[in-house]
Design a protein. Structure first.
Length: 180
């Protein structure tokens, strides 16, 4: 094996799905791109890593709610564009032609162009690590959408798209939730 510089170690395990996180600050909607996400268990509990360096953080910590909108591969350029500008001076929904859809449980909007959306409430903020723990309140998936491949950020400016799915549900049945 070749040695990898330790500063690049995160690129080996970062490839989680690219997520567009929407917030509402009482007046305006915003959307940011985030790739630092984690599923905490089979319950709808998730963690994201973000902090005061992001414009959305104030709305997220004040309102304690958001939407995790999961784009498919056809939105890669949009996701990168959203991640390279600031909501301080840009209406990203207008700039990138995103459709706001009303959520049922939170004021932040769903994104109509995304493959899936999860309405969430912030249940914990771990300041030391800039980790926010989210509880899912409702989830939606557009299974009729032609493009279903998720985008995974490697962390170095490159991305991976899902290609094939290998079904081992029968083999893992004893470890999966009954509804799967």
């Amino acid at each position: 094996m070749d040695e990898l510089p330790l500063g690049q170690a995160f690129t080996l395990i970062e490839p989680g799905p690219v997520v567009l996180l929407t917030t509402h600050d009482g007046r305006n909607d915003n959307v940011m791109t985030i790739t630092w996400t984690m599923v905490l268990d089979f319950a709808p509990t998730f963690a994201i890593c973000t902090g005061a360096w992001n414009h959305s953080y104030a709305a997220l910590s004040d309102s304690r709610e958001c939407v995790l909108a999961i784009p498919a591969l056809n939105l890669l350029d949009t996701a990168v564009g959203i991640g390279t500008c600031s909501g301080v001076d840009t209406d990203k929904f207008a700039q990138f032609g995103l459709t706001r859809l009303p959520a049922r449980h939170v004021r932040a909007p769903l994104i109509g162009e995304c493959l899936a959306n999860i309405e969430c409430r912030v249940v914990d903020i771990i300041d030391r690590h800039a980790i926010l723990v989210l509880e899912g309140l409702a989830a939606y998936r557009d299974s009729a959408r032609e493009e279903q491949r998720l985008i995974h950020a490697v962390g170095d400016g490159t991305f991976i798209a899902d290609r094939s799915r290998i079904d081992h549900k029968a083999m893992m049945r004893s470890k999966l939730p009954k509804e799967l």
